[in-house]
Design a protein around this ligand. Sequence first.
Ligand code: CA
Ligand code: CA
Length: 374
Amino acid sequence: MVIWVNNYVHQHRLIDLLTGQWGIDISNTTAGSFYSNEFTYALPDDINGIPVKIQDLEVVVFIAETTQYVVSGNGALPSYTGISSNDINLKSVSQINPTCLGSVSPTISIENLGANEATTLDITYSVNDGPSQVYSWTGNLSTFQEEEVALPAIAFTQQATNTLNISVASDDVNENNTGATSFDAVLETIGTILLSFDTDTFAHQNSWDFRDSSGNIIESESYNSSDDNQLFTYRFNFDADCLEFNMYDTSGNGILGSGDGVSLEDGNGVVIYALNGDIGSGFSIQFNSDGVLGLGDNDFTSIEVFPNPASSVLHISNVENTTIEIYTILGQVMFTKENGFDQETIDVSSYKSGTYFIKISKGAFTTTKKFTVL
Ligand SMILES: [Ca+2]
Ligand SMILES: [Ca+2]
């Protein structure tokens, strides 16, 4: 009898009877007598579409009287002969998402195809043929077991297409010791970032955030039942940085709304990300922001906006002969003034609590600052 364990779909169930439905008759049934036999069984590649893992195979033997009553039984994980002594298979290299953070942390899967238990393994890896890094894995991997290994981050210089090469130490079978994966460069975005999001039928499952290169959340939003199936659009003027956008669905079933899901574009209409609702539990994407309106920032280093947060008035200094605009996070214009004075005082007492942007421009130079109204 053959039983498969550890795989949810196989359900730890009886797969095949090596001795046929009614077993083999044993004539010598006196206590202490030993019965032995040899059986041949060809493993299928898969069972109901689930790949067969030889390490999940268990052999179970039981003795029955007549065809009903099981007297006793036992099971064991088999040991194997006819395989190499030492053979690690670099089974897979996980896909790497484009990143502007200057390093990647690869994850690989190794499998012990050798008879000997594997306890140490040197794993060598490099990106874009740059300097190699060696990780010395230690563990206890018995025959046919596999393990995911998270490798320490490795720095690299970004190219249009980037290639990660990985190899494990030489052993009895070397042709399965190498692996590679490729990943694109991140998008370089220009100008204001536009986010369009059509919420789930159950919008409370949805939220998103933008993070800066230090991992700090710089913008975020979550939704409730009054937001079901609605289109929200936002515009952001980010500082120059490597940014990450994360979208979440707490139910893990994607965005089941009637709309177009999520899209993220830069100021030139270049699509950073666009997908209908099929996002599962979410996604993460990085992009480089050029620092909106950062051109000529040096000419505006003396501009001060205070107090921040503000409640009644906002003071702006060193803005003589500039154009001043204030708008909400949704892009709604709240205030404009041309030919500003050196010092400006703006009444914000009627503004709703939240985040606002103040855009100050003069000739070709523009800068944008963010402030909060309590
Ligand atoms: Ca090998
Ligand atoms: Ca959902």
